[in-house]
Ligand binder design. Structure first.
Ligand SMILES: [Zn+2]
Length: 59
């Protein structure tokens, strides 16, 4: 079996795969209720996204 030239060591691969937990998720403040939400998602508390109400609270 051949071993390719740019083979990464087990520890190097494991270090890379562990990195995602260290980076903080991209949080943005909602323009409506000013709560922190994940970027590019509908606001969890008021249901607004891109200036429109996407989820109505069943008035
Ligand atoms: Zn909101």
């Amino acid at each position: 079996m051949g071993v390719h030239q740019n083979r990464q060591s087990k520890s190097r691969v494991r270090k890379r795969r562990a990195m995602w937990k260290l980076t903080t998720p991209n949080l943005v403040e909602c323009p409506q209720c000013h709560k922190k939400n994940l970027q590019h998602t509908i606001c969890a508390s008021c249901g607004f996204y891109k200036g429109k109400e996407m989820i109505s609270k069943g008035e």
